[in-house]
Design a binder for this molecule. Structure first.
Ligand SMILES: [Zn+2]
Length: 92
């Protein structure tokens, strides 16, 4: 079925192989990769509780992706991106 408003269609990242993603920006697991995040794009531990089990953040362009459907849900806000940078430098 053709949609009346194609501009409103959802955007998806590409699955270039089974379980291997390529973001719209060209990022893949072998480049900057993807982090687990919450619905705001904030990076969280990849364990259920803080993480809902499906959301991922492209660590190059900060698109928030539903890992189950590969739908792009939006982009992380500037303040979230900054707090992600701090998270990255925390001792694990
Ligand atoms: Zn990206």
């Amino acid at each position: 079925m053709l949609l009346a408003h194609p501009a409103l269609m959802s955007e998806y990242i590409l699955e270039i192989a089974d379980g291997v993603w390529e973001c719209r920006c060209g990022n893949t697991h072998d480049l900057e990769g993807f982090d687990t995040c919450d619905e705001t794009g904030r990076v969280v531990e990849p364990t259920l509780g803080p993480w809902d089990g499906s959301l991922h953040l492209c660590t190059r362009c900060y698109r928030v992706i539903n890992g189950d459907t590969l739908e792009i849900l939006g982009s992380a806000a500037e303040s979230i991106i900054e707090s992600n940078e701090e998270y990255r430098w925390m001792p694990q």
